[in-house]
Write a protein that binds this ligand. Structure first.
Ligand code: PGA
Length: 297
């Protein structure tokens, strides 16, 4: 049997997504290239690894075996890389960070500072919502993750790194703009723009209204903070967003933070990893950087 690590890597992605197209997107390859590599792997092992039943792709039992070995092999290689990088201090190394979408207003800057300090470190940043991030955390897909509240069902070491205040945002000319001590009930009466299911911001907002026995009048759901800001500016309603999302707005911008009783809702950003995980030297150094601890390395 002759096959390459690259083929195992590609096969692992196809087996995870059960889609050539999505795997190609993830790997930045073309769909035919992904297909060809999987075909070559199948030829090397001599049995089909995937089968199409109706429209859906399935793993054959041989495919499941190859998947287990692919994952073990790729993990072992990653550990080897990590140990070799540790031996070289921080001159070289890789850092995989996953963050919730809202943290993209904070973390890339900190990562930028870190990469300037350690130019040999290659960093990859995945930005996704809370639900997808928790799935990555459970799969141990990243060195560190950054999210708005520690997970409830995965055992992690989580450390707060910064405040994450949630504020009520309306258009500058909204009738409530400039009013003092607006009640939550008044907010609940306004057309509301809500983040998508799986968003941590959405979860916090829904819990807050439920705790006060109030329902939101959801006018629309949008999958990004920037889209919500545009919708508010377009007069479609109000929303609750992390104050970080407004960092570059400026006073002359179209958005206004309303003075609502009980707001800002105080949340925090946490850096987290699964309990028992061995952190690479690179991940330890980034953790130190996030926590403002001067690295001794
Ligand atoms: P979100 O995450 O981008 O999924 O809303 C923010 C959070 O978890 O607080």
């Amino acid at each position: 049997m002759r096959f390459s690590l690259r083929q195992l890597h590609i096969f692992e992605a196809v087996a995870r997504h059960l889609s050539y197209t999505r795997s190609a997107e993830e790997l930045h390859l073309t769909q035919p290239a992904v297909f060809a590599q999987v075909k070559q792997l199948e030829e090397s092992v001599g049995v089909p690894l995937l089968e199409r039943i109706g429209k859906k792709l399935h793993l054959t039992s041989a495919g499941q075996e190859v998947l287990v070995t692919s994952r073990e092999t790729l993990k072992a290689i990653e550990h080897l890389e990590m140990r070799l990088a540790d031996m070289q201090g921080l001159k070289k190394g890789r850092l995989h960070i996953a963050i919730v979408t809202t943290a993209e207003y904070l973390i890339p800057r900190l990562l930028g500072e870190f990469c300037t300090r350690y130019p040999g470190i290659e960093a990859a940043l995945t930005v996704t919502n809370r639900e997808m991030l928790l799935a990555r955390l459970a799969e141990n897909a990243d060195d560190l993750v950054i999210l708005g509240a520690p997970p409830e069902h995965i055992e992690v070491v989580a450390t707060p790194i910064a405040d994450n205040p949630l504020v009520v945002v309306a258009r500058q000319d909204h009738p409530l703009a400039g009013k003092k001590k607006i009640s939550l009930k008044q907010v609940a009466e306004e057309p509301f723009i809500l983040r998508e299911p799986g968003s941590g911001t959405r979860l916090a907002v829904e819990r807050h209204f439920a705790d006060h026995g109030l329902n939101l009048r959801v006018r629309m759901e949008l999958g990004s903070n920037e889209a919500i800001k545009q919708a508010i500016a377009g007069g479609l309603g109000i929303s609750i967003l992390s104050r970080h999302t407004l960092a570059l707005e400026g006073k002359q911008g179209p958005l206004h933070t309303l003075d609502v009783t009980g707001f800002p809702l105080l949340r925090h950003w946490y850096v987290a990893y699964q309990t028992g995980k061995h952190l690479s030297a690179t991940a330890e150094a980034f953790l130190d950087h996030l926590l403002g601890r001067e690295s001794r390395r």
